[in-house]
Design a protein around this ligand. Structure first.
Ligand code: CP
Length: 310
């Protein structure tokens, strides 16, 4: 396993998180360079993606590297029965870094264990999405000016939504207060509540997306109900539209409140929220480019000083 792989947000300590945020800030000011000249990055997407794949690929292109890969695994030899093990071994012959999204929890960890090439997890099932968390942290820092002592309300699919799992763990360094708003079928899993308990993190689980909760929040993090994770489609139909944020609901919210969403949205945020200055989800997605530039450089062992010299 390469020590620079990023499989789970828990692979990074507080100092490493902050260093990546600083590096993202540098790349926001200097998005183009030749630091990756001669490097080849593979983007292996076994599940659909718009933002994650395109922002990783843009990040490589803007830093002067090259990208190979696929966005539809049905066109690869995995459709003939080639195992993930063999696919990773093969791709490792060609590239300096693998960015992989897979529908199975643990697939990124497994991939990182069968190759010496660094692996960045671009989402593994309902488990983790660490690069999303880096752009979420960067977005929170940019909009709040601080990561400490914030009240963060997570709404929607907290069971299958991998982005909230990673974000919860990363925020644990910064004394957050969480509100977990979800129907009983999609509550935050027990292991993450246990994590909060063990780390002294304040939280409340509720099914009620109440005005009090909205008005106390610094961040509202809406999530899509992850249809692709349900085994019972009728259950999905029952829960898919339970929480929708409308602009009128923000009338008495805090001035510093920002609405985040990893996107894509389906029905979680009404279009009338988009014009509200507190809506930040499209800017959040743009921040993904800078955060992923920082992640790629770290994975390739490039120091901040080397990045600045390029
Ligand atoms: N936020 C996110 O992971 O989006 P994509 O599925 O489009 O990559």
């Amino acid at each position: 396993m390469n020590k620079n792989s990023l499989v789970s947000i828990a692979d990074l300590n507080k100092e490493e998180l902050l260093a990546l945020l600083e590096q993202a800030s540098y790349f926001e000011k200097h998005p183009n360079s030749k630091i990756l000249d001669g490097k080849v990055v593979a983007t292996l997407f076994f599940e659909p993606s718009t933002r994650t794949r395109l922002s990783f690929e843009t990040a490589v292109n803007r830093l002067g590297g090259r990208v190979i890969g696929f966005s539809d695994a049905s066109t690869t030899s995995s459709s003939k029965g080639e195992t993930l093990h063999d696919t990773i071994k093969m791709v490792s012959n060609y590239v300096d870094l693998i960015v992989m999204r897979h529908y199975l929890e643990g697939a990124a960890r497994y991939a990182s264990e069968v190759t010496d090439v660094p692996v960045v997890n671009a989402g593994d099932g309902a488990n983790q999405h660490p690069s999303q968390t880096m752009l979420d942290l960067y977005s929170i820092y940019k909009t709040q000016g601080d990561l400490n002592n914030l009240t963060i309300t997570m709404v929607g699919d907290l069971k299958y939504g991998r982005t909230v799992h990673s974000l919860l763990q990363a925020m644990s360094y910064f004394n957050p207060t969480f509100r977990f708003v979800a129907c009983k079928e999609l509550q935050m899993p027990e292991e993450y509540l246990k994590f909060c308990d063990e780390n002294g993190i304040k939280y409340e689980c509720t099914t009620d997306f109440s005005p009090e909760i909205i008005n106390e929040s610094d961040i509202i993090y809406m999530t899509r109900v992850q249809r692709e994770r349900f085994t019972d489609i009728m259950e999905y139909e029952r829960v898919k539209n339970l929480y929708t944020l409308h602009n009128a609901m923000l009338a008495d919210s805090k001035p510093n409140l920002r609405i985040l969403h990893p996107l894509p949205r389906v029905n979680e945020i009404a279009y009338d929220v988009d014009a509200n200055p507190k809506a930040y989800y499209f800017d959040q997605a743009r921040n993904g480019l800078y955060a992923r530039q920082a992640i790629i450089c770290r994975a390739l062992g490039l120091t901040p000083d080397e990045c600045k010299k390029a």
